[in-house]
Design a protein around this ligand. Sequence first.
Ligand code: SF4
Ligand code: SF4
Length: 98
Amino acid sequence: MSKLLGWRKIPIGTIILEAGSTFEVRTGDWRTFKPVIDHNKCTRCGLCYYYCPDGSITLEVKDGKIVKVDIDYYHCKGCAICEGICPVKAITMVEEVK
Ligand code: SF4
Ligand code: SF4
């Protein structure tokens, strides 16, 4: 039977050395379905931006107005919250093909 280490000998783990380090993690690789925006239907209301739990909706803003809404596929995990929240059904989840 192996001897358990005392707490002083256990290596230090789970330390975040700098803020924002998870930005580097390609969480989009976890996705099985991806959201696609129909830009002809999108009214640029911004709701999907506020509801996305991963901050994966990007907004292009000019003169204080949203002029374009897009998806950051590097980070989007495919949860489909944006599809459900869009009031004009401009977002559709499609199967991810890799
Ligand atoms: S599918 Fe989920 S993670 Fe991806 S953009 Fe929509 S709300 Fe965000
Ligand atoms: S919720 Fe729908 S209509 Fe509103 S910005 Fe997002 S995609 Fe466009």
